[in-house]
Design a protein around this ligand. Sequence first.
Ligand code: AR6
Length: 172
Amino acid sequence: MEIEIIKTDITEIQVDAIVNAANTSLLGGGGVDGAIHRKGGKAILDECVQIRNKQGGCKVGDAVITTAGNLPSKYVIHTVGPVWNNGKSHEEELLQSCYLRVLELAVENNIKTIAFPGISTGIYRFPKNKAAAIAIGSVKDFDKILEIDKIIFVCFDEESFEIYTSLLEKKL
Ligand code: AR6
């Protein structure tokens, strides 16, 4: 399994699945969620609505999969990260659960290449350093990681790019 870190807009990437930092409603929002729904088009929202009707949205720490609509990837895996509350509300465990649930869904759907944004590190204010360590740690701990060929950590800003690069160099 290969890990890559790149600085770009996740909606531009061509992989089997890109990950969306969604909210429990699954109906879209700002940040990366807004960008994915805007570029991906109505097909993604239609499937999110179907999932909502069936199971009432998505819980924090869980994930669901849909088509990627007009995006270059095949699927979007929507996960709901925790809102940072000074580490007092099980945020670290919940963020780890996001990464693991996404990876489980990927294996179930025969997805070989996945691109993750920094879940919870924007509007939900999770500290970027801690979040990156959890992201890398979760991927490395995932028991079926050999079934995935490539994980891309997509950084939207230089600070995140430097954090991921230095953590990976330390082989966390
Ligand atoms: N490509 C890659 N990364 C991006 C992009 C992009 N196009 N846009 C933003 N980021 P956020 P959250 C980075 O706020 O913190 C939404 O309203 C961004 O710099 O998108 O999990 C949802 O509906 C940051 O590092 O997600 C929820 O209500 C990371 O993606 C809420 O925001 C995540 O930032 C979720 O908040």
